[in-house]
Design a protein around this ligand. Sequence first.
Ligand SMILES: C[S@@+](CC[C@H](N)C(=O)[O-])C[C@H]1O[C@@H](n2cnc3c(N)ncnc32)[C@H](O)[C@@H]1O
Length: 269
Amino acid sequence: MSREDDRSLRFYNEVLGLDHLHYGIWEGNEELTIANLKEAQLRYENFLISKLPSTAKKVLDVGCGTSAMTQRMLSMGLEVHGLSPDKTQKENFTQNLNVPFYHCLFEDFDSDERFDCMVMSESAQYIPFVQLFEKVRKHLNPGGHLMICDYFVLDHSEGVLAKSGHNLNQFKAESEQQRFKLIDERDITEETAKTLDMALLLAERILKAAEIFSEKPRQKHPILSKILFRLFRKKWDKINRDRDLIDSTAFKDQKRYLFLLYECQEQEG
Ligand SMILES: C[S@@+](CC[C@H](N)C(=O)[O-])C[C@H]1O[C@@H](n2cnc3c(N)ncnc32)[C@H](O)[C@@H]1O
């Protein structure tokens, strides 16, 4: 995970005070507030917990983020191990929890441990999918499950939106190829997309604050301000380009946010 990703995770956690790093599930006409975003994230977590198979006694939380989900599953009496390549998350996890943690990319994971279920909450998109299914199979007990909740890219997707997330059709084809049977699926695109409206609102507020605080220096030092503006123009253009990433209408058109529950089947031959 890059330093930039690490910074954005710290922003959600340390600035916005969010315990989770996923989109959440919004309901009806909920107002765009941080409190409602937290509620939506809790609703999402409850949903995943409700979908855990009854056979899941030993679980690997792949890309465990702030470890909120790990802690929730531990409180249910499950045996849970965590995995993340992120240094900040490793420190947070190992300081707060006394259960095994694997500090690596999932595609590099290699252990004698076997799990009944692997949970990938918004982390599957970072793992090359051929290796994803291979590694899951290697570390699952017979008949084990893989739970994925993440967004995927549709075939007609283009531009920045096409860059994050696996192509849905390719991902599903690979799962069949590697004999993972889809036993439950729910499309939550509509309920998750509102988090992007929230992100846009926050971005606009932050830009407004920057404008207000730079008003005086701009009046006092117009030449210096112009030089700085030129210097930061590229950054500014990038911020504007990135706005496409938080356009909820484009997201709903080009992506699908899905809950997928797979059962790992025996390989032929
Ligand atoms: C958007 S966060 C989701 C965190 C948490 N699962 C949640 O739902 O709040 C993505 C997580 O995936 C992890 N991640 C990124 N690349 C990964 C990889 N190749 N293998 C395993 N985890 C990865 C990140 O460190 C982070 O924990």
